[in-house]
Design a protein around this ligand. Structure first.
Ligand code: MGD
Ligand code: MGD
Ligand code: SF4
Ligand code: MO
Length: 888
């Protein structure tokens, strides 16, 4: 394991999204780590987005889980592992192998994932191992397998540079794959390709597009069926390709022919001219790349949507050719590695099929496994149902936070409470999931662990450790192998990640001979030193034969007749919101600077500057109908629960639906764990839940008091109220609101600040008539906390107060804090637009007003937009707005 000495730079891979950027990490003498993009990594060529740039700020030890524990008591590894092994063995002996389960994650390294899958499917003898990729990639996996006979992603990142048209379907590329999005914009700049975005919301990605189709949620299949019909009508099929390499076009076309543009317009809610413009662009552009992600996958029609897209590419022979392919883009850093090891309950290792007896027998021989699983296991949503109704007696959750991320998350809480034995391995002590654990196992995190990940274009890269293990934390694969050994299984004596990687690579080549897409036999004999130094490479990488590259340009699909299948995708029965009480759709997804349940990005103040509070995006018409004004608090209600969120009233939202980010958990806000509200209906083919479309309603949350505070300690929020916490340099900020105003203000402030009242010096201003109070507590020159309360939303400079936590205050300046904003010399910077250099909206506005007229000039003046580039579009929009204002 390469643990970096201070000053020594280690090459590794970013732990966040599926772009898989190379990172240079250099531990410093003061214990911090300098982070930079790796100029030699082919995924990013030195670039990083805001999240990658802020990695150094997320490595602190606060909250880290450093020792195993049993029932909340610190325990040794031996006792903890013995307990896990014996409880799993007992459940199996008494109730059979299907009474235990693993729920794992696309954030595991391939080596961890491989061992987990081997233990369950080959030794325990059950396929009850599923992964959070069920919530993420399952529909794409199912669609690939239906169309190609294998889960093969045909395209490469180079296609972004080579395409003449890039269609983004249900993908907020600008925020979720920022480095690739910047590459795409650069390619458009230099070559003039067109970008079309299909998304109900006008996202930042849509803002940058040449054409945006804000379709009715879940109407994508109709749109692509209509496209197929149009291509046929125009006579633009690639008949030679179809003849040689594709089966099933007739049945697929029969469905499509029922969808002339007028009907598509009715179903999608799009104007016919817009649909025609898209169809013509697609039909006439051979080099078309269609990128899709969660707007496609996370749907009860996800598999059909993906196949409807793939059909259009097969029909035109646009697959695996430069700039021409369907391209399902992955979310997690190792979603692809998980697919390679068969981490899903309905897959087998090395892209083999669990339903195929010969494949099972082959894997069994390779593993010398005693009891192979004979059928697919339970998929995530069903798996947690089985936990709830008592079929699963012992569950091990690893590197995922299902109490926040599974739909109808209240049921997950209930299931975990009901489960006789819950093991959680995580890097943090307190998450919404770890609070249910009987046994907690401390895992090595990013920067400490060692192994490989595979990015969206099938590129395998090393993650390398450069920090010492915190406390007794160990690698996930080690815990699994130890438990396997203690359950009496042999075949788990791995010395290190390299040994596991070699076995995984050998299995990919075992009796393969070109019959399976995934083959990395070329690295099956890699030595330890070579593994340490291994450069990023694309698979396939067989022992002999062509390496890397695209798939399927000349056919060669992995079906029995080696032909691709066009799938006869039909239209679903018309569905409307279920009842009048829930007349809107709740859509959920991501924001630029946060990662999932915020366990890491929620620690970096820079990443909470753009959005510091959970919010709901509402179209002005829907807001008005519900009596909601900008910045009000809103109650969002679905049949499963309710949330309280800040209103973000914006025309970018499609009328009739609202959007809520997935990130805020019970650790960060009182009422924002949005998956408590989301429906758990699943796609019938893939088992992936439709996380983007739940019937909902909105109401104004009529608070009688509002509060804002900054604190040095993590604040203890008032009970029964709305609150949302975010870190700032040197402390925290908290927004509050409630129905019953606090009676005694100073004691409330002391509780909030975590102080004894007499342990600080206080300054205060009370306007009892108006019900407004401002008070601050100091310890010497340090601000221990400042609280602002009133009957209406607190209007003061959050940025000024956040900055105050990190500075010293002489006795004479204390009252300045109570003003809640800086003097004329310290203007309010406003919300942080540029996360990399912490440049606020107001600073950019000021520059624009004083005549700075281009994105580049603003970059020169303020640095904003000059690192990751993600905020450049916001800046451009501000410039445009200013020009319009002046003109109008
Ligand atoms: N900043 C950030 N980046 C991330 C992540 C993160 O947490 N934060 N997570 C990573 C992971 S694991 C994933 S899976 C990816 C996800 O990446 P994306 O798929 O790009 O992200 P989402 O925001 O979930 O959803 C994308 C879009 O789908 C749209 N959508 C909703 N319903 C429909 C529909 O019916 N049709 C169409 N066409 N579109 C629809 C939504 O409005 C949303 O804008 O991001 C990865 N990157
Ligand atoms: N409504 C709605 N729900 C969604 C989505 C949506 O768009 N809408 N998106 C879905 C998608 S695509 C995804 S991918 C999921 C993501 O959902 P989750 O996987 O639940 O989210 P994370 O916050 O990434 O959880 C990772 C956990 O692993 C821990 N961890 C970090 N590193 C390590 C490690 O090395 N080892 C171990 N053992 N633990 C580690 C973290 O502290 C954290 O608790 O959410 C899904 N849920
Ligand atoms: S785009 Fe950002 S989050 Fe994704 S891998 Fe690159 S640096 Fe990490
Ligand atoms: Mo994901």
């Amino acid at each position: 394991m390469a643990e970096g000495a201070a000053g020594q730079t280690i090459r590794t891979t970013c732990p966040y999204c599926g772009v898989g950027c190379g990172v240079l990490a250099t531990p410093q003498d003061d214990g911090s780590v300098a982070i930079a993009g790796d100029p030699d990594h082919p995924a990013n060529f030195g670039k990083l987005c805001s999240k990658g740039t802020a990695l150094g700020a997320t490595l602190g030890m606060e909250g880290r889980l450093t020792h195993p524990s049993i029932h909340g008591q610190q325990a040794g590894w031996d006792a903890a592992l013995e307990l896990v092994a014996s409880r799993f063995s007992e459940a199996i002996a008494e109730h059979g192998p299907d009474s235990v389960a693993l729920y794992v994650s696309g954030q595991l390294l391939t080596e961890d994932y491989y061992v987990a899958n081997k233990l369950m499917k080959g030794f325990i003898g059950s396929a009850n191992i599923d992964t959070n990729s069920r919530l993420c990639m399952a529909s794409s996996v199912a669609a690939h397998r239906r169309a190609f006979g294998s889960d093969t992603v045909p395209a490469l990142y180079d296609d972004l540079d080579e395409a003449d048209l890039v269609v983004l379907v249900g993908s907020n590329f600008a925020w979720c794959h920022p480095v690739l999005f910047q590459r795409l914009l650069a390619a458009r700049e230099s070559r003039g390709m067109r970008i079309i975005v299909i998304d109900p919301r006008r996202t930042m990605t849509a803002e940058a597009a040449d054409l945006h189709l804000p379709l009715e949620p879940d109407s994508d299949a109709a749109l692509f069926l209509g496209l197929l019909r149009h291509i046929e009508a125009e006579g633009l099929a690639d008949t030679a390709y179809l003849e040689a390499h594709v089966s099933g076009p007739e049945a697929a076309l029969a469905e499509a022919r029922a969808l002339p543009v007028a009907r598509v317009a009715g179903l999608t809610g799009l104007p016919a001219e817009q649909i025609r413009a898209f169809y013509e662009a697609f039909a006439r552009t051979p080099r078309t790349l269609t990128i899709f992600s969660q707007g496609v996958n996370q749907s009860v029609r996800g598999t059909d949507k993906a196949n409807a897209i793939i059909n259009c590419h097969l029909y035109t022979g646009r697959i695996g050719k430069p700039g021409a392919s369907p391209f399902s883009i992955t979310g997690q850093p190792n979603a692809m590695g998980g697919r390679e090891v068969g981490g899903l309950a309905n897959m087998l290792a090395a892209h083999m099929n669990i339903e195929d007896g010969a494949a099972r027998e082959r894997v069994q021989r390779f593993w010398q496994a005693p009891t192979m699983a004979t059928q697919p296991g339970l998929k995530a949503v069903d798996l947690f149902d089985a936990v709830l109704d008592g079929r699963i007696k012992a569950l091990w959750i690893m590197a995922t936070n299902p109490a926040d991320s599974l739909p109808e998350a209240g049921r997950v809480d209930a299931a975990l409470k009901a489960c006789p034995f819950v093991v959680v391995s995580d890097i943090l002590t307190e998450t919404d999931t770890t609070r249910h654990a009987h046994v907690l196992l401390p895992a090595l995190g990013w920067g400490e662990k060692d192994g490989t990940v595979t990015n969206s274009e099938r590129r395998i890269s090393r993650q390398r450790g450069f920090l010492p293990p915190p406390g007794e934390a160990r690698a996930d694969w080690w815990m699994l192998a130890e438990v396997a050994r203690r359950m009496g299984f042999s075949g788990f004596d791995y010395a290190d990640a390299a040994a596991i990687f070699r076995e995984h690579a050998a299995l990919s080549a075992f009796e393969n001979d070109g019959s399976r897409d995934f083959d990395i036999g070329g690295v099956a004999a890699i030595g330890d030193a070579a593994f340490d130094a291994m450069a990023p490479f694309l698979w396939p990488k067989p022992l002999a034969g062509p390496e890397g590259g695209r798939f399927f340009a000349r056919g060669g699909f992995y079906t029995p007749d080696r032909k691709a299948r066009m799938i006869a995708v039909g239209l679903p029965p018309v569905s409307k919101p279920r009842d009048d009480r829930h007349g809107l759709w709740l859509n959920t997804g991501r924001i630029r600077d946060q990662w999932h349940t915020m366990t890491r990005t929620g620690r970096a103040p820079a990443l909470l500057g753009q959005f510091g509070e959970p919010f709901v995006e509402i179209h002005p018409a829907d807001a008005e109908a519900a009596g909601i004004a900008a910045a009000d608090l809103v109650r969002v209600t679905t049949p499963h629960g309710e949330a309280i969120l800040r209103a973000l009233v914006t025309k970018r939202q499609r009328p009739g639906s609202v959007f809520v980010p997935i990130h805020w958990t019970d650790r960060f806000a009182s009422h924002a764990r949005i998956d408590r509200l989301v429906d758990r209906m699943t796609d019938p083919v893939s088992g992936q839940p439709g996380l983007k479309r739940t019937p909902a309603r909105i109401d104004r949350y009529a608070a009688h008091w509002f509060g804002f505070a900054v604190t040095a300690q993590r604040p203890t929020p008032p009970a029964g109220a709305y609150w949302a916490i975010a870190p700032v340099e040197g402390g925290y900020r908290i927004e509050m609101a409630g129905e019953h105003a606090p009676e005694e203000i100073q004691p409330m402030a002391a509780r909030l600040f975590g102080l004894a009242e007499d342990a600080a010096e206080w300054v205060a201003l009370h306007d009892r008539e108006a019900g407004r109070s401002r008070l601050a507590a100091f310890r010497g020159e340090a601000l221990a906390g400042a609280l602002f309360l009133g009957p209406e939303p607190v209007a003061l400079s959050r940025a000024f107060l956040a900055d105050a936590m990190a500075s010293r205050h002489s006795a004479g300046e204390r009252f300045r804090i109570l003003a809640g904003r800086g003097g004329a010399d310290r203007p309010d910077r406003g919300a942080m637009l540029c996360a990399c250099f912490q440049v606020g909206v107001n600073e950019i506005l000021a520059a624009i007003r004083s005549g700075t007229a281009s994105v580049e000039a603003i970059g020169d003046a303020l640095k904003a937009g000059t690192n990751c580039g993600s905020c450049r579009h916001d800046i451009r929009r501000m410039l445009d707005d200013h020009r319009l204002e002046k003109a109008g």
